[in-house]
Design a binder for this molecule. Structure first.
Ligand code: ADP
Ligand code: MG
Length: 327
């Protein structure tokens, strides 16, 4: 584009909070044929809230509300009289204490949810982050695991008794996390419960997907979250199930974008987080949205100042209109 056209496009963009990092970006954006959205914080608000707590008895069956474990309480039984009586509160207390050391939005929602229910959440005695999988902490002298199925399997705890409850929560679009306890000095870990967080889809997310598809653009979603949760959210916003890339580890996001582009696609990656910076950098156009982190904004070619996914289509339209005019 001529410097004059670039200036017009850049100025129009700025009016809508769509910031192009230079004239070549403004030119490239119109040729985007695929938009890849990050899920959390981009299509969703990114404000997790604790929604469910499930406690399992020693047979791996969910304990109904107000119930106690099916067997006589033993020393380490969650329903033991000294364990706060309510097995769900005990699961939540363990999970929240373990998550206290984590900055992850999933963790913060668990701690906030526990405190909102009047539980005391002390610092754990030990804490380790397992990126993309969960946390491992020391609580009451025992090891406590909070995270996905792989975290439990990697620590020799069988997640399968929770399968039905996990699937139920995930098909509601929630992120369900397993809670397991490994008594000190043993490797006899036991699944004790599930905590689930939910996030809300942004009000304009479905319209944004529809606007892009109307232009003939293929819309995809990428997330570290599990397949079932990811697909439930995709369905809410109108993204096809086969266009969902789930369980992508933070360090693998850029490789996933490269794989999408490997057949000559020109993808715009839209993300908000620190995790997203490498993926924004390898995309044909990298777009940072809203309250995005500085790292994401730095790596991006386009920054959307407002937290509105509809501005993705607007960025492409501005590019298109600017270059049409100068032909
Ligand atoms: P996202 O891309 O959605 O931010 P992450 O890559 O951070 O996801 O994490 C992927 C999955 O690992 C989560 O969906 C969750 O199951 C698990 N996980 C990550 N961090 C934690 C945590 N602090 N507590 C429990 N589970 C976690
Ligand atoms: Mg995100």
């Amino acid at each position: 584009a001529t410097p004059a056209a670039t200036m017009v496009g850049t100025t129009i963009g700025a009016k809508y909070g769509v910031l192009f990092k230079g004239g070549d970006v403004l030119e490239r954006a119109k040729d985007v044929d695929t938009v890849v959205f990050d899920k959390t914080g981009t299509l969703t608000e990114g404000e997790m809230e604790l929604t469910d707590v499930v406690a399992f008895d020693r047979d791996g069956d969910p304990i109904p509300d107000g119930g106690t474990a099916s067997r006589a309480p033993s020393d380490d039984d969650l329903s033991a009289p000294d364990a706060d009586h309510d097995p769900k509160n005990e699961v939540l207390r363990l999970a929240a204490t373990a998550e206290r050391g984590s900055e992850h939005p999933l963790a913060r929602a668990i701690v906030d949810g526990a405190e909102a229910r009047g539980l005391e959440v002390p610092e754990p005695d030990g804490f380790e982050n397992v990126p993309g999988h969960g946390v491992r902490a020391t609580v009451d002298g025992d090891e406590v695991l909070v995270g996905n199925r792989k975290l439990l399997r990697d620590n020799d705890v069988d997640p399968s008794p929770a399968a039905e409850e996990m699937e139920r929560l995930e098909s509601e679009g929630k992120t369900a996390m397993l809670v397991a306890r490994v008594p000190a000095g043993t490797n006899e870990g036991r699944l004790v419960g599930i905590v689930a967080d939910a996030d809300t889809v942004k009000p304009s997310a479905a319209d944004a997907v529809a606007a892009l598809r109307d232009r003939g653009i293929d819309v995809m979603m990428i997330t570290g979250d599990n397949e079932r949760t990811a697909r439930a959210v995709a369905k809410q916003v109108g993204i096809d199930p086969e266009n969902v890339r789930a369980e992508v580890l933070p360090e693998d996001k850029s490789a996933a974008v490269e794989a999408i582009q490997s057949d000559g696609r020109q993808a715009m990656m839209v993300g908000d987080g620190v995790n997203d910076a490498p993926a924004l950098a390898v995309a044909y156009v990298g777009t940072a949205i809203g309250s995005g982190t500085d790292v994401a904004i730095e790596a991006a070619d386009v920054t959307l100042m407002r937290d509105d996914p509809l501005d993705v289509a607007k960025a492409i339209r501005i590019s298109d209109a600017t270059l049409q005019k100068i032909k």
